[in-house]
Design a binder for this molecule. Structure first.
Ligand code: ZN
Length: 217
């Protein structure tokens, strides 16, 4: 059923657009100039604009399965996420990039399940490859989740895997030469945030560490 979306659009047109046409005209005339890029999960429960209360034009967003950043790989592949990062950093000149992870991430959970199966079977060839694209995509975070203690799995391990994956994405971000250059020139800051959707808390990666601290808001 897409009707609720059309109803929602009608409300947007009446209550948002019609009430502030000048705002949209300005956005059209001057173009978008967002200062913040958010890389978040495709998960329907984690919408950056809703979470951060932003208006059109404020956030440049790329969403993908498990909010991953692949490493820099300048080849002929279809690098949708890398293209978005390139546009944000080299053209929009954003000041901040936020990698926004979250609790109960299905992508990270699938990666952990794959890895758990692999270490219990002790055989890589028996990997749980059930999808054509998802398995190789989430493997981007494989180096991160290998640090999780799978022999003593708990709810905390799940959060730990999600947070280590964010750190891995931050590390991958810095493999893009123009990201690193902008950071070195103090023109760009990168952040790793984890959204605890159970308690509506935001956790931030401690600079230079793998740990996260709750943001006091
Ligand atoms: Zn997710």
């Amino acid at each position: 059923m897409v009707k609720p979306l059309l109803d929602g659009f009608k409300i947007f047109r009446k209550d948002f657009f019609a009430k502030d046409k000048d705002f949209f005209n300005r956005l059209i005339k001057r173009g978008q100039k967002p200062k913040i890029m958010v890389i978040s999960c495709s998960d329907s429960r984690v919408d950056p604009a809703i979470l951060f209360g932003t208006r059109p034009g404020e956030l440049f967003v790329v969403r993908n399965v498990a909010n991953l950043v692949p490493p820099y790989a300048p080849d002929d592949g279809y690098h949708g996420v890398s293209a978005a990062i390139e546009f944000a950093v080299r053209d929009l000149l954003v000041d901040h990039i936020i990698v926004l992870g979250h609790a109960y991430c299905g992508g990270i959970c699938a990666l952990c399940d794959d890895y758990k199966l692999e270490i219990t079977q002790n055989n890589k060839s028996d990997k749980n490859v059930t999808r054509e694209f998802i398995n190789s995509w989430i493997n981007i975070s494989r180096p991160a989740i290998m640090k999780v203690d799978f022999s003593n799995w708990s709810e905390l391990s799940r959060s730990q895997a999600e947070q280590l994956s964010i750190v891995n994405s931050l590390t991958n971000l810095m493999t893009f030469p123009w990201v690193l250059e902008a950071m070195n020139k103090k023109k760009l800051l990168i952040h790793g945030w984890w959204f605890d959707m159970e308690n509506a808390e935001l956790w931030s990666n401690d600079k230079g560490k793998e740990s996260f601290s709750k943001l006091m808001l």
